[in-house]
Design a protein around this ligand. Sequence first.
Ligand code: G4P
Length: 526
Amino acid sequence: MNVSEELKRRRTFAIIAHPDAGKTTLTEKLLLFGGAIQSAGAVKSNKIKKSTTSDFMEIEKQRGISVSTSVMAFDYKNYKVNILDTPGHEDFAEDTYRTLSAVDSVIMVIDCVKGVEPQTRKLLEVCRMRNTPVIVFINKMDREGQNPFDLLDEIEKELKIKVRPLTWPIGIGKSFKGVYNLQTQSLNLFMGDSKTTVEEIYEIGDISSTDVEKNIGENFAEQLRTDVDLIDGVYDQLNAQSYLEGKISPVFFGSAVNNFGIKELLDCFVEIAPSPKERDTDAGIVKPEDPKFSGFVFKIHANLDPKHRDRIAFLRICSGVFERNKYYHHVRENKQLRFSNPTAFMAQQKSVIDEAFPGDVIGLYDAGNFKIGDTLTEGANFQFKGIPSFSPELFRYVTNLDPMKTKQLQKGLEQLTDEGVAQLFTKKVDGRRVIGTVGALQFEVIQHRLKAEYNASASFDNINLYKALWISCSDKNKLNAFMQDRAAHIAFDKEERPVFLAESAWLLQMAQEKFPDIQFHVKSEF
Ligand code: G4P
């Protein structure tokens, strides 16, 4: 198969959801349909159950699981589907945001009982920033959920997206009978509670046919006809281009745990979801069909064995063909590197590969060369854009508790923040280091890993901080004047970019009012 055919058949995406909506279950069912796994229960949830904040075994487990489930690839029909896993726990949201930079589309799972939840909202905001195409799967239709029209309204209002249902539920909860496929005009009926039964499909041709009554009874038939009329009146037909531009989302209903509605979702997904898209770099656009190889690192995973400091860097291929044992250019470090054991992930299996194509994600063993966002090329000197850090929400001062291990602490902090576990800022006036994270759990992870992997001890002390925002100004003198004026509140991130540490919303507002030419950014890329 040539490169352009390989390209066309690739679908690289992530499933996003608020914890417990059914992401793990849906992933597993997709793998079952793809024939990549043989039985349910093979995919482990990567979520840390409840608030096991001091249960380090859980954290270790989480790390272990997320290596094995970071990428799950399978073949379906003639497509190669790459699912990129995102962490279940909201404290690892930043990891999810970065993973979203490496996919071409997403499937968003919504629990029909709970509707739109906080994490759904945040994740969709990130998708909207990049115009990522979104397919919605409304799950748990076997439970007494909300009215489907109300759910769609809520999704449109809360997430500010347009939707178009492609299947429609018949009943809900105990009376859930199945779905009507609005595209193929067929009834897919739910066969009870068996987790192995897929579904029975009845081609009915026309919704006014008496076959509908025969299969679902008079009441449901009447309701379905009314609903379908309403859908056609209210929702525009799905326009594939609008979906690809992230403007409209097709919606499917089903029950992942019961295997129901998954096939419709998968069949439609492979057909309409985008193949690898072009990517923006600081030297212009890179197209997947460009002959020269390029890719970027979006995730780094430390080795679970603390005696081996090597890590796995996950690289998304953006153009050309990646080949084993060939020298590639590490742009930031201006180094030539080659990889003798690049790993691909087929379902749960890891294997060494000889080549990989745009859209694929490979694991590269790394002894400390990579940071998140690094670009590899066949010689060109550009860097991929779009893997920003987000303004953290929680902050602590780092205090070294063992002066004999200062170097170890420094190295540990450098490497853990390279992995993207947290962000490190150094204050301008006194050089004190501040760690910023999006969730409290990270502090525990860092403290534990500093001890276990670097033999360094640090305490994390309270700091009164509301936000850390990157600052910029077209006039360098004005930026310097601001940094002088607010010196006690300026820090630098690891790339030496200046950051304003605001102690409260009010102080931030004061700074913005007094220095209107200074821009404050919630992302490191602006
Ligand atoms: P997540 O990865 O999004 O966090 O969710 P996950 O798939 O782990 O699903 C969360 C819970 O919801 C699980 O139950 C799962 O079995 C259940 N679930 C998933 N899909 C459906 C569905 O279609 N209908 C119903 N009724 N439940 C569903 P659990 O009790 O937390 O775990 P388990 O012991 O069942 O695995």
